[in-house]
Design a protein around this ligand. Structure first.
Ligand SMILES: Cc1ncc(COP(=O)(O)O)c(C=O)c1O
Length: 396
């Protein structure tokens, strides 16, 4: 079975998790992360969403409108609500998955305090359009959501650096992984101090229990993604028996994980530190896989290829198909698990008022038609995927 994702974790990360001696691993991870992202500071959190809640609080925002994409990970508006603010959704841009920044301008009101510019699937936010937004609305704080992009670059400019701060998620599905975890990177000294204070006030210490659970997790993650074992895991997943463990949202509820206020563990930080060294290779594999798909697939109305963009990190390679369920099932029968992230249009979810699909037509369309091809294994795995699926995808 070729899994839809495989965490970028290897022997180094496993050894790092077990090397119990190094101290201050969280602070060292923060420093190394900030340096890698070309920023003055980075602050670690148990999840990216916790970082967003803390950041909005550190910015002093409460009872405000925060503009965010309709087509993003649902935990983002959940974090906005948790921070005491209101998400205002904006549709995707024409021909791309990122938020339409022109429409975002139209959504600004007297109560708008921030905009979350997301580089979804690793596609860099159009920084020129974002600069136009800022020029028109200088009172609105720009927060970059780099959970999928890490250091994706718009025409050579890394996106994470153009805004007040950037948030990152570091779970096993991301380009950079610390088992779980999140990071906020920023340059502003005062905001950094406020963010540290906010973290101190919000989070409790992780304790030994959480550290041991994370250690167990990283040990289990290793064999779990090995082909034959993953085949078994996938059979359990298809039978619905793993739903409780793999479903990260409930359509009807705005909630956060039980441990979202428990600080990042030293184990996670050590894994993250080791994983930072692997990042160039992780990125190269994804970009090579994407290049292979672009070279060997043809865009057709029933299977539309994503845009090819310089500087994209391709956390996902997302095609739009007419018969998603049929394709997913047929691919599984051929030993390939395809992903379906993001398979919802947030304003349509009952937690956000079950709005009609036609208000955000692009987001609604993507949510129904998107399928992700595996990118974790570079060109080699991409070639295998296309070989197995040549009768299902428009292979040249
Ligand atoms: C686009 C996006 N933003 C933010 C996050 C938040 O990250 P976390 O899951 O660590 O809270 C995610 C999570 O997957 C995401 O996909």
């Amino acid at each position: 079975m070729i899994p839809r994702l495989k965490p970028p974790l290897g022997l180094h990360e496993l050894l790092a998790a077990w090397s119990l001696l190094p101290r201050h691993s969280v602070a060292r991870f923060e420093a190394a992360f900030a340096e890698r992202m070309g920023q003055q500071h980075a602050v670690a959190f148990p999840y990216g969403r916790t970082g967003l809640v803390a950041l909005l609080k550190a910015l002093g925002l409460h009872g405000k409108e925060i503009i965010c994409p309709a087509y993003t990970c649902v935990v983002v508006p959940h974090a906005i609500v948790t921070s005491g603010n209101t998400p205002v959704f904006v549709d995707s841009e024409s021909g791309g998955f990122n938020m339409d920044l022109g429409a975002a301008q139209a959504a600004v009101t007297d109560n708008t305090a921030a905009v979350i510019a997301t580089s979804i699937f690793g596609y860099p936010v159009d920084l020129d359009a974002l600069a136009a937004f800022q020029a028109a609305h200088p009172q609105v704080t720009v927060i970059q959501d780099c959970a999928h992009s890490f250091d994706a670059a718009w025409q050579g400019r890394p996106v994470q650096r153009e805004g007040m701060a950037a948030i990152f998620g570091l779970n096993v599905s991301k380009l950079l992984c610390s088992i779980f975890g999140g990071m906020v990177s920023l340059d502003d000294k005062k905001l950094h101090e406020k963010l540290l204070q906010e973290r101190e006030a919000m989070l409790s210490g992780p304790g030994l229990g959480k550290g041991l659970r994370r250690l167990a997790y990283v040990n289990a993650a290793w064999p779990a993604f090995w082909g034959p074992v993953y085949g078994l895991v996938n059979r359990l997943e298809r039978s619905g028996r793993l739903n409780r463990h793999v479903q990260y949202y409930d359509e009807a509820r705005i909630d956060m994980p039980a441990d979202y206020l428990v600080a990042m563990t030293q184990v996670e930080a050590r894994v993250g530190l080791a994983n930072l060294k692997r990042y160039p290779r992780t990125l190269r594999l994804r970009q090579e896989a994407a290049a292979h798909y672009f070279d060997h697939l043809e865009s057709r109305p029933e299977c539309v290829l994503p845009p090819q963009v310089q500087g994209a990190t391709y956390s996902h390679f997302t095609v739009l198909v007419d018969e998603r369920e049929v394709l997913l099932e047929a691919a599984l029968d051929r030993g390939v698990q395809l992903g379906q992230l993001i398979e919802y249009n947030i304003p349509e979810m009952s937690a956000y008022g079950s709005g009609p699909a036609d208000v955000f037509p692009r987001s609604a369309g993507y949510s129904r038609r998107s399928v992700n091809l595996p990118v974790w294994g570079g060109e080699q795995v991409a070639a295998k995927v296309l070989k197995r699926l040549e009768d299902l995808l428009p292979v040249r």
